[in-house]
Design a binder for this molecule. Structure first.
Ligand code: BDR
Ligand code: CA
Length: 317
């Protein structure tokens, strides 16, 4: 019997990030040993505040929070997704101010130190732009060979984008960082839009969260209406796509998923397809831009109802 899998969640909370963090905290299969923060859904000051506040609300301020990058590696940050997550990253519903503080070490350094202290054991779970992970790889070139796995939410190999017609938001926010990460030698599993848009929570599912009666669920019930409205307006959905939590679900129930394994390149050019994750599609004749890259496990399907019930059960605990 092996113990829980140790994970660092790299996050930009974010409504669905908050769900994923609470889902992980409620799941005995994983042990969250740190949160690292990143810009994306909001600026890094706000996502760091939220990460600290979410942990405090869950009674888990023992978990360190390391503040991450303020901007992408190369290009300027295009700005927060306040129309999706509210200006506070919490659906404009706010969250009680945390009394804890971020540790005195930047996210990339925290990732390097933690991974290198336990070679082969730590799984990185990025659910925001990949800047911190790429910076950690630049700080420590042996990082990838010492990571157990990267299980990330981001990208779209076969589906259309959500930030642009071509690109998914997390990858679009820092394509250069993403191309570095997808070129790493460690196992990578990509929970991108190919699968996350197939995992859907209905309005009725979300109403169950409001009846759970614990502090974590109460916070989610307060912040979800804004996110639900965004999905109704943008996707015509009476529910939500389960983005970030799907990375957590894969760690807990990999048998609920189907996938293909192909290497990924990210378009870092300056065209309308910037940030698109392009897989080799398994065509051997097209190998050149992907040559030498390890195949990424690209999740393509999931048992949505099973995963929704699993997450709701864990949020209720
Ligand atoms: C991703 O973008 C963010 O808005 C979400 O938190 C998620 O990580 C979905 O494309
Ligand atoms: Ca996110």
């Amino acid at each position: 019997m092996t113990g829980p899998r140790t994970i660092i969640i790299d996050t930009d909370p974010g409504v669905d990030d908050a769900m994923a963090i609470f889902y992980a905290l409620g799941s005995p299969e994983v042990e969250v040993i740190g949160l690292t923060t990143i810009f994306g859904n909001a600026m890094t000051d706000t996502t760091t505040y939220n990460a600290l506040a979410l942990l405090e609300l869950a009674g888990r301020s023992d978990i360190p929070v390391a503040r991450g990058a303020d901007a992408p590696l190369v290009a300027p940050f295009a700005g927060p997704a306040d129309f999706v997550h509210g200006t506070d990253g919490q659906g404009n519903a706010g969250i009680a101010a945390p009394s804890s503080r971020a540790i005195d070490r930047e996210a990339a350094r925290f990732i390097v130190d933690t991974v290198m202290a336990s070679p082969g054991e730590v799984t990185l779970v990025p659910i925001g732009p990949l800047t911190n992970i790429a910076r950690a790889m630049q700080l420590e070139p042996r990082l990838a060979e010492n990571v157990r796995e990267i299980v990330l939410m981001g990208g779209n190999a076969f589906a259309q984008g959500n930030a642009t017609p071509a690109a998914e938001a997390n990858i679009h926010n820092d394509p250069e960082a993403a191309d570095i990460v997808f070129g790493a030698s460690c196992p990578i599993t990509m929970a991108g839009l190919d699968v996350t848009q197939k995992v859907q929570m209905t309005r009725a599912d979300l109403a169950r969260i409001g009846r759970m009666g614990n502090a974590r669920a109460d916070q989610l019930a307060r912040i979800l209406p804004f996110y639900l409205d965004f999905h109704a307006t943008t996707d015509g959905l009476d529910g939500i796509h389960v983005h970030d939590s799907t990375a957590i679900s894969y760690l807990i129930a990999p048998d609920a998923f189907t996938w293909v394994e192909q290497p990924i390149r990210v378009d870092t050019g300056d065209s309308f397809s910037r940030g698109k994750t392009v897989s080799s599609h398994g065509h051997s004749g097209w190998e050149e831009p992907w040559a030498g890259r390890r195949a990424v496990r690209i999740l393509t399907g999931a048992d949505s109802r099973r995963l929704v019930e699993l997450e709701l059960a864990r949020l209720a605990e």
